[in-house]
Design a protein around this ligand. Structure first.
Ligand SMILES: NC(=O)C1=CN([C@@H]2O[C@H](COP(=O)(O)OP(=O)(O)OC[C@H]3O[C@@H](n4cnc5c(N)ncnc54)[C@H](OP(=O)(O)O)[C@@H]3O)[C@@H](O)[C@H]2O)C=CC1
Ligand SMILES: [Cu+2]
Length: 481
């Protein structure tokens, strides 16, 4: 496997932009960069550091002071003559001027580094558009996943990989050689047809978080309103009591665990729905509906958002003893006992109940954190996928069971206790149990030996409706088993 060490290494304590290591095998190679914007400048100084000669092509060649020291600025036309490879650090919207330069760009390698603002912003990829504009040049897509900031500050750890694609393999090799010299890792993605995917890549990181964030915000808002109605407004309307201070801590501390529990259950609901669909269809070879695919893909983010809410619940719970309302209430209770000269008897039932409620909460949170840690790339990279599956699935269900148990014990007799059903609405925690209990019950059914056997068979490739389940006659008449 390639790593960054193929090219000359950067040594420390040298002046910026002076070649740190001379490229040993040949004369300094000249590269041309069109555009003196953020990316052009960052790429230029990185290349200078790594021993290339850099010439910029700009609309205003007189502003030479704007570019990194040691490089030249010329007009586009002149700069193009100086190098075989031209990096286009220009937004796609401005590409049209290149068609006028078509003659000067004949036979050159044009490296398209551009990104878009939105997924599928244009019908064709930027690189393919460029290839149409300048048919005489070889277009290679690369560098779009590396940010100008990372290039300049040297903090490339997270983005060392550079996707490269293009039709002409020789041009691609030359660009990949530059990528290596800059200390990055090129990943060949194939022909220019892959450019669209490469361009979508930096934009695609967002949707993974967008859906979980959206779901959790909507859930939190709805549950918050529900609690405000059934607690604050209800108290005010029925007894005239002012309970509005609850919206600061008491109600959020109901909303956070509820959202957390529902999100955690949603993580595992996706897999259960997938298993049910496979059971129903009797095969694993047909595609899941689009929404389920998306859901499956954002499970990790969903779980991490759930963990965030669990954290909030823990912190909000820890401050309970220092709340004024709680201190007042405790003091008042003690004073009442003193006044009446009667100590309330110790109630072992109540002690049991409160410990039985806290214990699964603490354990659940512990496993929750463990789940979160094992989903970090630095940890998941050192376990094999079986171990990862084991942790994420077994530990995940254990967490879900503990957290659901925590909520069930919290409920205890409140499930049937009339005063908690204000305006005939169930308390919010009852609603929070619907999805987790459904997930756990369904999972229970799915792991029953008779059902589990069928699912395992399906996942190993068995098909219920296949006419020839074992035999498949291929074109040349041979039978493959
Ligand atoms: N910034 C980043 O972190 C990253 C940027 N990219 C891509 O790199 C490209 C450049 O980005 P960035 O440097 O941030 O953009 P900027 O807007 O900072 O710079 C673009 C440069 O393009 C030139 N330009 C602007 N308008 C025109 C025009 N009408 N005709 C010809 N040239 C023009 C200008 O250079 P001059 O005045 O010298 O002509 C300008 O400095 C984009 O395609 C972007 O998607 C990719 C990855 C990361
Ligand atoms: Cu709790």
């Amino acid at each position: 496997m390639e790593d960054g060490s193929a090219g000359p290494r950067m040594e420390t304590n040298s002046t910026y932009n002076i070649p740190l290591v001379q490229r040993s095998s040949r004369e300094n190679e000249m590269v041309c960069i069109f555009g003196t914007g953020d990316f052009g400048k960052a790429l230029g100084s990185k290349m200078l550091q790594c021993g290339y000669d850099v010439v910029f092509g700009s609309r205003s060649p007189n502003n030479a002071n704007l570019v990194p020291k040691g490089s030249e600025v010329l007009s586009h036309h002149e700069a193009a003559q100086r190098s075989k490879i031209i990096f286009l650090a220009i937004q796609r919207d401005h590409y049209s001027f290149l068609s006028r330069l078509a003659h000067a760009l004949q036979g050159k390698i044009l490296v398209d580094v551009s990104n878009n603002l939105k997924l599928n912003q244009y019908p064709e990829s930027n690189a393919e558009y460029l290839a149409q504009l300048v048919p005489g040049a070889e277009v290679v897509k690369a560098f779009n996943t590396v940010s100008a900031w990372a290039l300049q500050s040297g903090t490339l750890d997270a983005s060392r990989q550079v996707f490269v694609c293009g039709h002409d393999s020789k041009s691609k090799q030359m660009v990949m050689e530059i990528v290596r010299t800059l200390g990055l890792t090129p990943l060949d993605q194939g022909s220019l047809m892959a450019a669209k995917e490469v361009e979508n890549y930096p934009l695609q990181l967002f949707p993974m978080w967008k859906i979980p964030m959206y779901i959790s915000s909507v859930l939190a808002a709805v549950i918050f309103l529900y609690c405000v109605v059934t607690e604050v407004i209800y108290s005010y309307v029925t007894t005239g009591e002012d309970y509005t201070y609850a919206i600061m801590i008491a109600i959020p501390n109901r909303v956070f665990p509820i959202v957390s529990l529902i999100l955690l259950a949603l993580v595992y609901l996706a897999g259960i729905i997938a298993a049910i669909i496979q059971l129903y269809r009797g095969t694993k070879y047909s595609r899941f509906p689009d929404w389920l695919d998306k859901w499956m893909l954002c499970r990790k983010q969903l779980g991490l958002v759930a963990l965030g809410y669990a954290f909030l619940h823990v912190i909000y719970t820890l401050v309970i003893p220092i709340r004024y309302y709680v201190r007042w209430w405790m003091n008042n209770w003690a004073i009442t006992q003193i006044k009446n000269n009667a100590t309330a008897p110790f109630d072992p039932n109540y002690a049991w109940r409160s410990d039985a409620y806290l214990a699964p909460g603490i354990l659940g949170f512990f496993f929750y954190v463990l789940l979160g840690i094992t989903s970090l790339p630095s940890v998941s990279n050192i376990v094999n996928w079986r171990e990862f599956r084991f942790v994420q699935s077994k530990l995940g269900y254990l967490t879900l069971i503990l957290c659901t148990g925590h909520t069930l014990v919290y409920g205890w007799d409140r499930f049937i206790y009339g005063p908690f059903y204000r305006w005939h609405l169930p308390p919010a925690f009852v609603l929070s149990l619907i999805i987790p209990c459904a997930v756990l019950s369904l999972k229970f059914i799915l792991i029953a030996p008779c059902v589990d056997r069928i699912i395992t068979q399906i996942r190993q490739g068995w098909e219920r409706n296949s006419k020839n389940p074992k035999k498949d006659i291929s074109e040349n008449g041979k039978t493959t088993v």
